[in-house]
Design a protein around this ligand. Structure first.
Ligand code: DQA
Length: 145
């Protein structure tokens, strides 16, 4: 089974970007850890980070994944197009945010993704991705039965 991890704009700056919100770990460190976790869960993990909306949309269209873990970053609050891409391919997904988007500026409380997601995780830092990957494995295991 295959899982696609998608990270949106500015997440390439993790480690240096507002560490009080997003933690000290770089994206490469987070993805390394998730790749190891995926192996132990018997999942193939692919990753894309892009600052360009169309690149994320194209990656979703081309994906053969069984499940998506996505942190849409600022596109969470703006992108009907990315939402429609996910609906278009019908791949189930979990939405992850490092920070607690409900404890910040009011505009971060609205997401174009949450109502269609299998689940939403926020405020737990990079751990949120680990929980999402584990939940993805459980979801896919339950499907097989
Ligand atoms: C974020 C929260 C968004 O509001 C913000 O635009 C981001 C990161 C998070 O992981 O906490 O870029 O998705």
């Amino acid at each position: 089974r295959q899982v696609l991890l998608i990270n949106g704009p500015n997440l390439n700056l993790l480690g240096q970007r507002e560490p009080e919100h997003y933690g000290q770990q770089t994206l490469a460190q987070i993805v390394d850890g998730l790749s190891q976790q995926a192996q132990s869960l018997d999942l193939a993990l692919e990753h894309i980070q892009s600052n360009a909306e169309h690149e994320l949309i194209d990656a979703i269209h081309q994906s053969q994944a069984d499940f998506i873990v996505i942190n849409p970053a600022a596109f969470t609050h703006t992108s009907v197009a990315l939402r429609d891409a996910l609906s278009g391919v019908k791949i189930p997904y979990i939405e992850v945010h490092l920070s607690n988007v409900h404890a910040r500026e009011p505009f971060r409380a609205h997401s174009y993704f949450s109502d269609k997601a299998v689940g939403v995780i926020c405020g737990l830092g990079a751990q949120g991705y680990q929980f999402a990957l584990e939940a993805a494995a459980n979801y896919l295991r339950a499907l097989k039965k």
